[in-house]
Design a protein around this ligand. Structure first.
Ligand SMILES: Cc1cc2nc3c(=O)[nH]c(=O)nc-3n(C[C@H](O)[C@H](O)[C@H](O)COP(=O)(O)OP(=O)(O)OC[C@H]3O[C@@H](n4cnc5c(N)ncnc54)[C@H](O)[C@@H]3O)c2cc1C
Length: 468
């Protein structure tokens, strides 16, 4: 059987590319080495972490957040195994959903490890050691990413005491103390989960700020909010050692600027220092497929590698390691392979940190606009001045809109606050259509909603907010 397209990897990049290509009439196979489809995101990433974030947030709310609303006397009892079962059930329904989509779209799902044998040929070795070669017009590499270690430090991740995110979503006991190495999205999300369930959490971050790359004002305020919740955050700290002890593990770090080293101990250490593109065993060197200096598969503007007929998308190529970026690349590539015009607008990719409050951002940060010498206007509106936020006791945070000083076109939007991850999309759609702060400010928003703060921030960038 010859295919139009063989996709290696069934994460958000691979499975979405396969479904779209099949919808456009191509004959498609997907090779996946895991027992279930859905990749990192559905199995051990986005989906299980959000199940735990939601459940732990409900727990913490029931324990601490209801008195002021007149709901007293709640003393929730944690059943961690049941919470983990909820997470596992959520994963199962999502990965089963991908299997259903493959069936519906007549996509051949093939269990096994794929290897690129050259343009037009993919070798597959199943778990049982059976081998086959698939013939295809096009190959899509969508093999994603894997946990990166700490540069220059040997760390023995055993997924019970020293864990990656994979172990951190499956701990069967709430650690008394948890050290998180890395103050990025994954570290702060999973640190929040265990902090809400009772752990004393210490975050050790190399940079001067958590959430490096986010708008500076946003990350500063957010750091204060997490500290208020009880997270001990040490920034500007270089980790030089992570070792197991009799009772847990210890982490040694020193100020990046130089100075004395500190060692702290915990029962669990989470290594959340980022992810690396995953191309192990794919045979790319033998097939002549070029990687860049950071180990990512090099592609052109149409996702094609240096070898004709071999393409790559998702975490394994340049750009933010986000599921929706991988999905959009999958759709665009399927369209290109079907003879249509596929395109991804990399200037308008939202990103969300699913903590409480949430942090969401799209487009440029103020620091990026300054560095590029762009003349810009800023509109800001705090949730403390929003009626719905007051009613919900969700007044922490603000909306910030950045627009071009000359044209008023919105260049970036940043939100810290309850529901930020949903609200960011109105700014995203506006930016996709090249809208201005005035457009956003003149769009009628239902009252009372948190989203009115977005409108008010836009009013602030365009002229003046009303309610401040
Ligand atoms: C804890 C955590 C939380 C996250 N939360 C979010 C979030 O909330 N939002 C978000 O946007 N992103 C999140 N991410 C990132 C997101 O998971 C990735 O950006 C996304 O999964 C990338 O999709 P992908 O298709 O490129 O690769 P992956 O999802 O990594 O899928 C690659 C697949 O390829 C398979 N594979 C690899 N090599 C082979 C081979 N040789 N043969 C066969 N199969 C192979 C792998 O088994 C895997 O299933 C999170 C990540 C983690 C770890």
């Amino acid at each position: 059987m010859a295919y139009d397209l063989v996709v290696i990897g069934s994460g958000p990049g691979g499975y979405v590319c396969a479904v779209k290509a099949a919808q456009l009439g191509l004959k498609v196979a997907v090779v996946e080495k895991r027992a279930t489809y859905g990749g990192t995101c559905l199995n051990i990433g986005c989906i299980p972490s959000k199940a735990l974030l939601h459940a732990s947030e409900m727990y913490s709310h029931a324990a601490h957040g209801m008195d002021a609303l007149g709901i007293e006397g709640l003393t929730p009892k944690l059943n961690l195994m049941k919470m983990l079962a909820h997470k596992d059930a959520t994963v199962k329904s999502n990965v089963d959903g991908v299997a259903f989509l493959f069936k519906k779209n007549k996509i051949d799902g093939i269990q096994g490890t794929g290897k690129v044998l050259g343009a037009g040929k993919v070798g597959v070795t199943s778990d049982k050691g059976e081998e086959q070669v698939l013939e295809t017009k096009a190959i899509v590499i969508a093999t994603g990413s894997d946990v990166a270690g700490i540069p220059g430090v040997k760390v023995d991740i055993d997924e019970t005491v020293i864990v990656s995110s994979t172990g951190a979503i499956a701990l069967e006991k709430v650690p008394e103390n948890l050290i998180v190495v890395g103050g990025g999205v994954i570290g702060l999300e999973l640190g929040s989960v265990w902090m809400r369930l009772g752990s004393k959490v210490t975050v050790v971050e190399y940079l001067d700020t958590i959430l490096g790359g986010m708008d500076g004002e946003v990350s500063k305020q957010f750091q204060r909010m997490l500290a208020k919740q009880g997270m001990d955050i040490r920034v500007g700290a270089k980790v030089t050692g992570v070792e197991k002890t009799k009772s847990g593990a210890k982490v040694t770090f020193e100020p990046v600027k130089g100075g004395e080293a500190t060692t702290i101990e915990a029962d669990v250490v989470l290594i959340a220092t980022g992810r690396r593109p995953y191309t192990d065993g794919l045979g790319l060197a033998e097939a002549g497929v070029a990687l860049d200096s950071r180990g990512r598969v090099e592609i052109d503007g149409h996702f094609q590698t240096n070898v004709a007929g071999i393409y790559a998308i998702g975490d394994v190529v340049r750009g933010p390691m986000l599921a929706h970026k991988a999905e959009d690349e999958g759709v665009a590539l399927a369209e290109i392979l079907a003879g249509q015009a596929g395109h991804v607008n990399y200037d308008v990719i939202p990103s969300v940190v699913y903590t409480q409050p949430e942090v969401a951002s799209v487009g440029k940060t103020e620091e990026e606009l300054k560095a590029a010498g762009t003349a810009y206007k800023v509109g800001k509106f705090p949730f403390s001045a929003n009626g719905r936020a007051r009613a919900m006791l969700a007044t922490d945070g603000f909306v910030k809109i950045l627009s071009d000083k000359e044209t008023d076109r919105v260049l970036g939007g940043h939100i810290v606050g309850f529901g930020a991850g949903e609200m960011i999309h109105e700014i995203t759609v506006l930016m996709e259509f090249g809208g201005s702060a005035e457009d956003l400010a003149r769009t009628c928003h239902a009252h009372p909603t948190m989203s009115e703060a977005v409108k008010e921030a836009a009013l602030g960038a365009f002229f003046k907010p009303i309610h401040m």
